[in-house]
Ligand binder design. Structure first.
Ligand SMILES: Cc1cc2nc3c(=O)[nH]c(=O)nc-3n(C[C@H](O)[C@H](O)[C@H](O)COP(=O)(O)OP(=O)(O)OC[C@H]3O[C@@H](n4cnc5c(N)ncnc54)[C@H](O)[C@@H]3O)c2cc1C
Length: 453
């Protein structure tokens, strides 16, 4: 990747080189007349944290099999999720970093079967490719869901049904996509597009002339007219240091996986979500970097650090949690609910050696009734952290993404799941704000033609 001469003033400076930072870097370079852009990344490469393929489930969450999405929400997510697909097709990345898999939402038991049937009716106009698969169809396309024994002779007693498709792009290596976004941005030679690695931002100040001064751990200082902080779990940490977002805290929820020993499921199998715990239901996903072995998960465990598999970040966790009576009230409200309490406890046990695998298998048998402890291994080194946002004013755990925009030339984005799917949509929002603030021109026609349907 190109690295240009060190110049320390830019029109726009982006902090964080995960998929969110890379998507904004690309959109600004490609669709605006910004003169100079800089991306500062703490580590030695792009996407070494949550956007890396082994950290997340690699799914394009469009809204068709995500049973916690309402139809209205799915209309919005469809547009932004399609941007990921359109970007990959535009640069011929299909079957290289983006793949088609069969995918489905599975209903188990009478109540869930009715739920899937009525959801199918409601969603089939928005997603016309969706099919309803009964037990006979599932016997041929995903037989492990149907039988209670490995020889596949005994059908599970409870009714099952699924809504799904096998015609769509479903899976992306978001780490490779981060690289592709940066490479394509740097091909646009009219714009200065610098990236500095091993550059950790420690503080940001707004100067009297309204521009920003960004201080880094290595002693370097950068200035910019507009700054966007896409630093994942560290976005709120940096916001707090500037005095913004004090009404929020962040709870780092680690997600781990279990991996099968060989090819297992033919496609992605998601389950009906509990509305109290969206995105908490386990799913099975063929891993595109592991010969199609199936990854089951993710689990959910609060970790006292902001970065998985990296040393440090405990104090950053403490500061970002922003503990006070409002945060304690949020925890209390969560723990008061028996379902949530059971879920938290179970997920804690999923990380305890010796008993974890057995317990996890019991849960995952809702998807594959014949699953045994021999079929799976704890996927060491896989998984990441979802920085869930805590809203102190409402005393609520927010389940989606959040953004702090004081409207003075700086934005902080917090991106728990499914932040990778919405990277280009979130970038669009920030880009439009930057265009307005700096008086840039924006090639709206080109943007809509390239990235939307
Ligand atoms: C278990 C799990 C499963 C998931 N599954 C899915 C899925 O299937 N589909 C989906 O769409 N999403 C999924 N997600 C969510 C998705 O992975 C994230 O939303 C997305 O990767 C966030 O990207 P990001 O660029 O905002 O943050 P990150 O990928 O965390 O990147 C932040 C970057 O900022 C850098 N940085 C941090 N601090 C500083 C600093 N001070 N100075 C400079 N740089 C800094 C970091 O080094 C990093 O490169 C999942 C997440 C988890 C944990």
């Amino acid at each position: 990747m190109k690295r240009t001469m060190h110049k320390n003033h830019y029109e726009v400076l982006i902090i964080g080189g995960g998929i969110s930072g890379a998507a904004l870097y690309y959109e600004l370079a490609k669709y605006t007349d910004v003169a100079s852009l800089c991306l500062l990344e703490k580590y030695e490469a792009l996407a070494t944290l949550n956007s890396k393929a082994s950290s997340n489930s690699q799914t394009i969450h469009i809204g068709d099999i995500e049973t916690n999405y309402t139809l209205e929400k799915a209309k919005i997510t469809k547009r932004t999720a399609k941007m990921v697909e359109k970007f990959c097709l535009q640069y011929k990345l299909e079957d290289k970093i983006m793949f088609k898999h069969q995918k489905m939402a599975l209903g188990v038991g009478e109540k869930e079967v009715h739920f899937i049937e009525s959801r199918f009716d409601e969603f089939k106009d928005l997603f016309p490719y969706l099919e309803l698969w009964n037990v006979d169809k599932l016997k041929t396309i995903e037989p492990k869901l149907v039988y209670t024994d490995k020889a596949q002779t005994k059908v599970r007693p409870e009714p099952i049904i699924a809504m799904g498709t096998n015609t769509q792009y479903t899976t992306v290596d978001y780490g490779a996509m981060s690289e592709a976004l940066a490479v394509e941005a740097q091909k646009i030679t009219e714009v200065t597009t610098d990236i500095f690695y091993n550059t950790q931002v420690v503080d940001i100040f707004q100067k009297e002339d309204k521009t920003f001064e960004v201080h880094c751990k290595d002693g370097n200082t950068y200035t910019a007219k507009f700054v966007v902080v896409n630093a994942g779990a560290h976005s709120l940490f940096l916001a707090h240091r500037m005095g913004y977002g004090k009404e929020m805290g962040s709870l780092p929820m680690a997600g781990s996986f279990y991996m099968t020993q060989k090819h297992f499921l033919n496609g992605k199998v998601y389950m009906v979500q509990n509305n109290k715990l969206p995105f908490a239901a386990l799913h099975g996903d063929p891993d595109i970097l592991a010969d199609g072995k199936t990854r089951f998960g993710p689990t959910a465990l609060m970790l006292p650090k902001l970065e998985r598999f990296k040393p440090g970040s405990f104090w950053e966790f403490v500061k970002t949690l922003n503990l006070d009576r409002h945060i304690i009230k949020i925890f209390w409200n969560l723990l008061k609910d028996a379902d949530i309490r059971a879920y938290i406890f179970k997920n804690f046990l999923f990380e305890v050696p010796f008993i974890n695998k057995k317990l996890f298998v019991q849960d995952a048998r809702k998807i594959v009734p014949s699953l045994s402890v021999e079929d799976i291994e704890y996927a060491k080194g896989f998984g990441g952290i979802r920085p869930q946002v805590l809203d102190k004013a409402k005393e609520q755990l927010l389940l989606g993404e959040a953004s702090i925009n004081p409207k003075n030339g700086i934005i902080f984005n917090m991106t728990p799941s499914p932040g990778a799917t919405s990277c280009l949509g979130n970038a669009e929002r920030a880009m439009l704000e930057i265009v307005k603030h700096l008086g840039l021109s924006f090639d709206e026609e080109g943007f809509l033609k390239d990235l939307t349907e």
